[in-house]
Design a protein around this ligand. Structure first.
Ligand code: ADP
Ligand code: MG
Length: 578
């Protein structure tokens, strides 16, 4: 066949496949246009997951009658002042969205700038344009996309269920609404109002879109370095989720799903929340436009930072600081909180679930604790020790203490110990003096071949942590030595966990991140079990060490290590006050 130029409609259909891969992408482009137009209020109405119909109404600057045909022409934009692509401050700039939508669907634009007597309407269906004509309409723009992909059936086949598409589209609007809190947003999907928010401050917007539970517990974050500014709210370790959906990143006003930012967030939380769980965070980065390349992908949701490493360490450092507030009673969850919802059970091993049942028993048995109070000599409140003096141990699992302010503190000795072990291992490691214990009889641990290779590839890192392994045939590893800090380690389950951890981290992960991950894994394999009776000195030592250890308010799995009941809580429970 001879070479020939493609027709404009064909080019647009090809581009449509890239820019508008699913309804959510069309929603994103149309809402971004409304934001770029300076809208103060945006309404998004979806039907059938956006495949049937997407309607976006804004009160922005509008498109002058004469420019309507240009708006739907390829590579036509009002947003690039010159052709340098260096300082891009609008969300759109490629001039591709409207022609792509018009090529794949039936697109209608009805628009009226403030200084125009009436609105004008233009239609494009499958790339065919109908001449613009005047219609009644208020200031601003209405963009309606119907029958998405009717003109590109190949694309239509790849769509998922209307519910899945609706969810993706709704999530897209959720992200944009987080990026632009000063714009009022209303989202309706299949006649259900998903949210209807006034223009508001960022914290209020985050609270509205993350839910009340998150809003009550999230911690503010702020960090600056040279001309980069990081701000936002992050969840405490205890507020973790099974997916990364409650994470939002906004860079220079643009919602992004950047893998470097996501990985940084994960690393920052990795030793305070369980593997496989995700932190909750709403982060906003502001940096000079020329320190950022947004023109990496047609959907513009991926970025390239000029200084990747600088941004990564800013994020990890700021989160680390926000999370490592030393133990204080203020950071303790109040025992009466609905803890089940905060620390979901499915992710925990059975033994922990049992521990939980016991914790509830312990709370239910509060009158017993009161008896303990009366039986003890009145203990002297120790003002330098926020966790106070130990009073007793119950169920061989929980230590009861009285804080200086009279609060009853209940410590989960196993959870607390797990955290202390991790921090101790970390300190030993930092000083390059992890003690290792050679095994009298080396242990053979069997694995699927893939995992053997993965573990052996990290043998050097493991050796630095005191864990010596060697190849032992295709499906096994020989363990010669283990870290001495692990008292009665189960080599097989420890190595299996480590292999999984390395698999999850992926190859490009930095050495220090791998070490971090491995340390956290080691710590969960070593801790005094619940069910051991403690001497008073041991209890006292445990409390004092907790006070001196960073991040001691949660265990390595992100569960609380202690709960408190204040005098007011107790009085309420006994009906002494309302
Ligand atoms: P881009 O946003 O990359 O410029 P689009 O194809 O999305 O490309 O839009 C083309 C042009 O149409 C924009 O540059 C803008 O001038 C105009 N436009 C699109 N949507 C709106 C809107 N909601 N309000 C005002 N102008 C709009
Ligand atoms: Mg656009």
């Amino acid at each position: 066949m001879p070479i020939r130029r493609l027709a404009e409609t064909t080019i647009n259909r090809i581009a449509a496949g890239e820019v508008i891969e699913r309804p959510a992408a069309a929603v994103k482009e149309l809402v971004e246009n409304a934001l770029d137009a300076g809208a103060k209020r945006i309404e998004v109405i979806l039907a059938g997951g956006g495949v049937e119909r997407i309607e976006i109404i804004d009160d922005g600057c509008g498109i002058p009658e004469a420019e309507l045909p240009l708006a739907i022409e390829r590579h036509a934009t009002s947003k690039l002042q010159d052709d340098m692509l260096v300082q891009i401050s609008t969300l759109g700039f490629r001039g591709e969205a409207l022609p792509s939508i018009g090529a794949a669907a039936r697109l209608t634009l009805i628009s009226r700038p403030a200084d125009q007597d009436s609105a004008w309407r233009i239609d494009v269906a499958g790339g065919v344009v109908t001449a613009a004509r005047p219609v009644p309409g208020v200031k601003g723009t209405r963009a309606i996309a119907e029958d998405l992909f009717y003109a590109t059936p190949a694309r239509r086949k790849f769509l998922r269920s209307p519910r899945a598409e609706a969810e993706a589209a709704e999530r897209t609007v959720w992200r944009l609404a987080l990026a632009a809190p000063h714009v009022a947003f209303r989202l309706v999907s299949d006649e259900r109002v998903v949210f209807d928010l006034p223009a508001q401050e960022e914290a209020a917007r985050i609270a509205a879109l993350f839910g009340r539970e998150a809003a009550n517990t999230m911690l503010p974050l702020m960090a600056e370095r040279e001309d980069v500014r990081l701000s936002g709210l992050i969840g405490p370790a205890s507020l973790n989720r099974a997916t990364s959906q409650l994470q939002s990143f906004v860079v220079n006003g643009r919602p992004v799903q950047d893998s470097m930012l996501r990985l940084s967030l994960r690393l920052a939380y990795r030793d305070v929340i369980p593997a496989g769980r995700f932190p909750v965070a709403a982060l906003r980065l502001e940096l000079p436009d020329d320190a950022l390349d947004v023109n990496v992908h047609p959907a513009k949701s991926e970025l390239r930072f000029a200084d990747q490493n600088g941004i990564r360490s800013l994020v990890i450092g700021a989160i680390g600081r926000a999370l490592s507030v030393p133990v204080s009673l203020a950071s303790a969850p109040v025992a009466a909180l609905p803890t089940r919802r905060f620390y979901p059970l499915p992710a925990m091993p059975k033994s922990t679930a049992r521990g939980f049942a016991e914790a509830e028993l312990a709370l239910a048995a509060l009158p017993v604790a009161r008896t303990v109070f009366q039986e003890q000599d009145e203990p002297e409140p120790e003002t330098d020790h926020p966790l106070g003096a130990p009073l007793a141990q119950i169920l061989d699992t929980y230590v009861l203490a009285q804080a200086p302010d009279g609060s009853l503190v209940i410590i989960d000795q196993h959870a607390a110990h797990e955290r202390l072990t991790e921090e101790r291992l970390r300190a030993q490691f930092m000083e390059g003096r992890i003690a290792t214990q050679p095994l009298l009889v080396p242990v053979v641990v069997e694995f699927p071949p893939m995992e053997t290779a993965r573990l052996l590839a990290e043998a050097e890192i493991l050796a630095r942590l005191g864990l010596e392994i060697e190849a032992f045939g295709p499906g096994a590893v020989l363990v010669r030595a283990l870290p001495a800090a692990l008292k009665e380690p189960d080599a097989a389950s420890l190595l299996r966990d480590l292999a999984e951890e390395f698999a999850e981290s992926g190859a490009p992960l930095a050495l220090e991140a791998k070490l971090d991950a491995a340390l956290a894994r080691l710590a969960c394999h070593r801790s005094i079990r619940a069910g051991r009776r403690l001497q008073r000195e041991e209890m006292d030592a445990l409390l004092r060490e907790m006070e001196a250890t960073p991040r001691a308010a949660t265990c390595s799995h992100g569960r609380p290590t202690f709960l408190k009941l204040t005098r007011a809580d107790l009085e309420k429970m006994f009906g002494r006050r309302a």
